[in-house]
Unconditional design. Sequence first.
Length: 105
Amino acid sequence: MKAISLSREAIEELTEAAIWYETRQPGLAKRFLEEVDHAQYTIQSRPLSFPRLATTSGDLEIRRVLLPRFPYALVFIELQTETRILAVAHVKRHPDYWLNRLQNI
């Protein structure tokens, strides 16, 4: 299994979402982060089981996993040595806002 890393922007998005959830209900951030951890494990063990995003070019295999109980998706790409999470994306926001992050890969 490849290691998983998060882009700087994904870490910021994850942190912001966790803080927001914690302000809404104590303990909710913990549940959100546990769900993200579970999704990361699933990505690591079965990355090809998630759909490719149609908005990317054919040579890039960018995929996403939806969190079951929270309106977020982890957008990720498999690289040669690791799997990188590009975005912790709220599903109601513009779906392609993270595309410029591909320039750093």
